[in-house]
Write a new protein. Sequence first.
Length: 143
Amino acid sequence: MKGISMSDEEYAKLLDRAFSKAHSTASESSDFVIPKVDAFVQGSKTQIRNIAAIADKARRDSKDIARYISKELGVPVNAEESRLVISGKFSNDDLDKRIKRYFETYVICKECHKPDTRLESASRGMFYLVCEACGSRYGVKNY
Ligand SMILES: [Zn+2]
């Protein structure tokens, strides 16, 4: 399970957050779990093979996630069929961190912590994150 299981520290953090969320909202969707990356290195490239599932959870296009990962890692990333192909070798842990940050910034509403959001393009360099659950609308940095 190397690379897939989370560390005790991460798990504790997750529990912490789940606990505080349970107390701030009565909703069942507050136990939304950010999906883990299922990636493997082949030659000089890393492939994420469950990008469709991740994109589905995020309700985003996998090409948008590819663009984010590319920006974060500073390497080319291509969305191919149901996979993301990243130039360079990256560990599952490393990719998990990027995906987690993506969800926290661009998917999960910071007001109600639900993932029922969409991005609207705003002025250059900005998006609006629009929450369909609580109606929040706030600017986030474009990537
Ligand atoms: Zn919300």
